[in-house]
Ligand binder design. Sequence first.
Ligand SMILES: O=C([O-])CC(=O)C(=O)O
Ligand SMILES: [Mg+2]
Length: 232
Amino acid sequence: MPVGKRIYLKRNLPDPKVIEGFKHIPASNTADCMERNCAMHPRVKLMSKPDSEMVGPAFTIHTRAGDNLAIYAALRYCHPGDVLVIDDEGDNTRSLIGEVMMSYLRDQKKIAGIVIDGPIRDIDNLQNWKLPIYARSTTPGGPYKDGPGEVNIPISCGNVSVNPGDVILGDADGVICIPRKDAAGVLPKAQAFHKKDEEKQIAFSKGDVDLRWVDKSLKDKGFDIIDDIYRP
Ligand SMILES: O=C([O-])CC(=O)C(=O)O
Ligand SMILES: [Mg+2]
């Protein structure tokens, strides 16, 4: 088994009901239930125009910088509903995928979305797609197709560790990763948090809120509240 060229076809997968449960919860609310400690770096940003959140189990890919042979392997072996998550070793010079490969993934493989910590191309078209596409940047420079690379092994994407089968949740704010073994426990907390957050927004909008704790906190932390102008 050549380390660096392994294509694993099987993953441990989360309960589909748990995946479905995250569908209408903002990534921010879910992240807040994980100590705000699971969000990908904002360099991994939304490039298309989905009309709903992206959620699905991670199908992970580690490519050699600027090479997409391992992504072609994913084209063969990924499943409907997967979120492809791709680590490009930090390369920013070659696009890894464009409208041709994306058309296959959307129309034949019916993936839930794709998250690439690297550049893509053919953005003129892709920017209008409903398929959730997250990427770092764009360049017309194309990829090589030689490998090495691996599929369904642990990777790092947007500075976050992602294991095959982790729950990937993305919306207009960006992408978070919920480890598979934690997902069932996080879901009820995220649902309750989301409900509370909606109530909080209505209360704040109406001014129905007690902000005296801010003054106390400023005082406790040694802030000065100065009734004067700043003089340079
Ligand atoms: O040439 C490639 O491998 C990537 C590409 O532009 C496409 O998928 O449209
Ligand atoms: Mg192309």
